[in-house]
Design a protein around this ligand. Structure first.
Ligand code: MG
Length: 313
């Protein structure tokens, strides 16, 4: 029996949020471009697709008009809306309110393992951010909205260095207590190596619903991913084309590319099919190419480069 792996596509949120060139589009176009990207990714067979964030548009203009993105999805593609999970990031109760008004059924919350990182990223201590997450999660769940948790800097922090696994475990346990359905463990600055993947993951309880979110800053994301799967992880976050630079290392790669991940998974006979829906790697490339052309970006995905060269023949 093939082992099932669920891929969570983060390109349209985590990816585009970290692309400076995406800031300059007018709001209407921004929503249209993001909605088309999200639709293309879902049409490629991905069940879990990040669609945006309800954050302040003056802080993160790339994520402006997320309400419009959700409304386009609902009105134009009810077939997808009813069969996929479109995740939106929510930083506070105001964000939750806006997300629910826009019809969101799946939200994500986030914190990090270090106070230094949280203070700089969200201007809150770990403790304060956990209390905000507890409130968001309980209100969301009451309204029947599913909540996914992200923990950043699980393998290392740009300010405090290597992470003590106990910190990551403490925060993960809290998020699960509050009622998040899954916790995605992030290597935010891409410092993990496979041995450190083991060191950290082995400390976690085996029955916790965990995902991994590796960054390819130093070229180890795919190796880390494979090691995590060997350790029993069955959910992997990745980004079409590898969209999304690393905000803590200028010019460096960010997210693991979905195409590279799928090439490895399908080649090793892991199953990404859900029901009749199998993820089509070529269609992920096509979706990424549309964005790359639009933003004049070079996508870091290796598979994507090979695919593109083959198209030119
Ligand atoms: Mg990321």
């Amino acid at each position: 029996m093939a082992v099932d792996i669920r891929v969570v596509e983060v390109g349209a949120r985590d990816g585009l949020q970290n692309e400076p060139s995406f800031k300059s589009l007018p709001e209407e176009n921004l929503a249209r471009v993001r909605a088309d990207f999200v639709i293309a990714l879902a049409d490629a067979g991905i069940i879990d697709v990040e669609a945006g964030a309800f954050v302040r548009p003056d802080k993160i203009p790339q994520m402006a008009a997320t309400d419009k993105v959700l409304s386009l999805l609902q009105s134009e593609r009810p077939d997808l809306w009813n069969t996929r999970r479109f995740w939106v990031l929510v930083p506070n109760m105001k964000g939750l309110e806006l997300a629910m008004q826009a019809g969101a059924k799946h939200i994500s919350v986030f914190t990090a393992t270090s106070n230094a990182f949280n203070e700089r990223n969200i201007k809150m201590s770990i403790e304060d951010s956990l209390s905000v997450i507890a409130d968001i999660t309980s209100s969301a769940k009451e309204a029947g909205v599913e909540v996914r948790g992200y923990v950043s800097t699980v393998w290392g922090c740009p300010y405090t260095g290597d992470t003590d696994p106990k910190k990551a475990i403490f925060i993960t346990e809290k998020l699960l207590e509050y009622g998040v359905s899954e916790v995605s463990l992030g290597d935010t600055i891409g410092v993990a190596t496979p041995n450190r993947v083991n060191t950290i993951l082995r400390e976690f309880q085996k029955d916790w619903p965990l995902a991994v979110h590796f960054h390819d800053t130093r070229g180890t994301a795919i190796a880390n991913c494979l090691r995590a799967i060997d350790e029993g992880i069955r959910v992997v976050d990745s980004s079409a084309g590898g969209l999304g630079g690393c905000p803590y290392a200028k010019g460096a790669s960010g997210n693991l590319a979905t195409e590279d991940l799928l090439y490895m998974l399908h080649g090793m006979e892991y199953n990404t099919r859900v029901g009749n829906t199998r993820i089509d790697t070529d269609r992920i490339c096509e979706a990424g190419e549309v964005i790359a052309e639009r933003l004049q970006l070079h996508l870091p995905s290796r598979f994507h480069s090979a695919w593109k060269a083959a198209q030119r023949k």
